[in-house]
Design a protein. Structure first.
Length: 322
């Protein structure tokens, strides 16, 4: 079934609130590190540098940042750049993140005329209900930006970028996580600026070099006396319950309870030591039944030990030939 989606003014498809695309399955840190190893040199990552470790660090940081924003880590890469140690987002991505929240009453208004751009953001349920930011040529000149090459060539775009970033950090701080819009960190960064990896990311890779994930070792086969001998212990207990005096059977259950406390409730996983102790206790109590019998016979244990040479625990009865 196709995923319902709408298209906002940025041109990006935004899934409906009740739909969760499969691409948004969270990546682990290991997933991001592995992807960075393979994608750091690609055009998509925009990490062109002769320093391999630096490029891998930048790619790794961008993948982690996209994951933390709830975005498909690889698909978000064209909209994320690292400049002077700061993560920047494209204005398209910033507006898409806001639209993705689907908050009731939220709205973004962009008003533009000659040399002036005003962005107004409404968020009735947010910490700041409404806020407007205006950028014009005079403000750009005061900030020392107006003489930049990109400001001369793409003035409307640069004004819009500044207004969107400044307004979004005030009204939607939990969505953009304090990120700057590409173009705010340094003049010209928005247009074809080649970012370099931050020192802290390089240091992270030096301290945590990517390593091949070892294949998990198979779980060892469970050790114990096995199912067959465990069934013998259970059968012996059932026969004792039917044929032994209640007080002697209670002693047997007390001994079995102590073994369960020490070795677990699953007889099949009991070690040989537990089986031997059960056999010893069983033989002692069986002889007690025989001594109490008013008319002792060769089968005085009530038929519990058919052969009288081997007990359920696997021990031979030393008294069998006595």
């Amino acid at each position: 079934m196709a995923t319902a989606e709408t298209v906002d003014e940025t041109g990006l498809a935004i899934p409906e609130a009740d739909e969760q695309p499969a691409a948004l399955v969270p990546w682990s840190v290991s997933d991001c590190r592995e992807a960075a190893m393979g994608l750091y040199a690609s055009e998509l990552m925009a990490c062109r540098t002769n320093n391999e470790k630096e490029a891998q660090a930048t790619a790794f940081l961008k993948l982690l940042y996209a994951r933390d924003l709830g975005l498909p880590p690889v698909a978000a890469q064209p909209h994320i750049r690292v400049i002077k140690g700061n993560v920047t987002l494209s204005p398209h991505l910033m507006l898409a993140l806001i639209a993705k929240r689907h908050e009731p009453g939220a709205d973004v208004q962009i008003d533009e005329e000659d040399g002036i751009c005003t962005v107004t953001m409404l968020r009735p349920n947010g910490p700041v209900k409404a806020y407007s930011v205006t950028w014009d040529v005079e403000k750009a000149r005061t900030a020392g930006l107006a003489n930049g090459e990109n400001w001369k060539r793409y003035l409307p775009n640069m004004l819009r970028v500044r207004a969107i970033g400044e307004c979004a950090r005030i009204v939607w701080p939990d969505v953009v996580c304090g990120a700057y819009v590409q173009g705010e960190i340094e003049p010209g960064a928005f247009e074809n600026e080649e970012p370099k990896g931050p020192k802290d990311a390089k240091q992270f890779l030096r301290e945590h070099p990517p390593q091949d994930t070892p294949e998990p070792e198979p779980d060892p086969a469970p050790e114990g006396i096995g199912v067959k001998r465990a069934a013998g212990i259970r059968d012996a207990g059932k026969q004792a319950q039917e044929l032994w005096p209640e007080d002697i059977f209670a002693e047997l259950m007390q001994a079995v309870g102590a073994l369960k406390d020490e070795f677990g409730k699953d007889y099949a996983l009991w070690p040989e030591e537990a089986a031997k102790r059960f056999s010893t206790d069983y033989m002692k109590l069986s002889r007690k039944v025989t001594e109490r019998s008013q008319e002792p016979t060769d089968d005085s244990d009530g038929g519990l030990l058919d052969d009288a040479t081997e007990l359920p625990g696997g021990e031979e009865d030393p008294y069998a030939d006595a």
